[in-house]
Design a binder for this molecule. Structure first.
Ligand SMILES: [Ca+2]
Length: 260
């Protein structure tokens, strides 16, 4: 056997040895890789079970909500849409692009948003129409210090007052049409509550198109607060109180309530 053949034979042995070593190494690496992948997979699954696939819950409960406006500047805040009670509701003013939003406090993976509409609408709710800054008139002024606007200044100690005349009246312009259901009339607190009697309350979209809301015979007492409900809701922008007699009309305060 020549020396050249021995070298080749020796190289074959070396080749086999190296090949075996490589195969062994690959198997070890495969096992380690397999183990790493198993650990990684378990890690992902654990994370998913806690943060992604975990139990779905209401992340908005108790969080801070806001909305683009409050109805009449004070009613139905955004938080009423998160109080867990479907009998209450949030409500904006009538406006362009109204919006409501909630700050969840941190990042969440949101999977579902449930929105509930008002359960009962809308005849269940009447609310005071803000009269601040609204236009008022009366049939005459007893004195300049008793203007018609004294009846909507929020102060029970000030009052409007007409002259003694036939069919005195007081009229309010709400600025927009409401579905009016109730009027509260506050008599003077110092005296003369009995000035309020035989009073018609009429409501309408224009002063030429008015409908009787209700009639109050009276007379009222000093400091009395009259709650006068329309027999049925009346769509109106103007609210007029008039006495069908020769009388004075004096009103400490008037409040109008309408359906939302
Ligand atoms: Ca007043």
């Amino acid at each position: 056997m020549s020396s050249a053949y021995q070298i080749i034979e020796s190289d074959e042995d070396l080749y086999k040895t190296v090949t075996n070593d490589i195969n062994n190494l690959e198997r070890k690496m495969d096992k380690k890789f397999e183990k790493m992948m198993t650990i990684l997979q378990q890690s992902i699954e654990n994370k998913c079970s806690k943060e992604i696939i975990g139990p779905v819950y209401d992340a908005a409960k108790g969080k801070v909500a806001k909305q683009s406006s409050l109805y009449q500047g004070k009613h139905f805040p955004a938080s009423l849409a998160l109080d867990g009670n479907t009998g209450t509701f949030s409500h904006t003013n009538g406006e362009r692009n109204p919006s409501w939003w909630v700050d969840l406090g941190r990042l969440f993976r949101v999977v579902r948003i449930e929105v509930y509409s008002r359960r009962e609408c809308c005849d269940q709710y009447i609310f005071e129409v803000s009269l601040h800054g609204k236009h008022t008139e009366q049939s005459s002024n007893y004195l300049s210090s008793f203007p018609a606007s004294n009846a909507i200044d929020g102060n029970l100690s000030t009052f409007s007052h007409t002259l003694l005349q036939t069919n005195p009246f007081w009229v309010l312009d709400l600025g927009t049409v409401y579905k009016v259901k109730m009027i509260k009339v506050f008599a003077r607190t110092d005296c003369c509550g009995n000035y309020i009697h035989d009073m018609d309350i009429i409501v309408g979209p224009t002063t030429n198109n008015m409908t009787l809301c209700t009639h109050y015979t009276g007379p009222a007492s000093t400091k009395e607060q009259l709650v006068l409900k329309c027999k049925k809701p009346v769509d109106g922008r103007f609210v007029k109180l008039s006495i069908s007699a020769t009388a004075r009309m004096a009103l400490a305060e008037v409040k109008v309530f309408a359906f939302v």
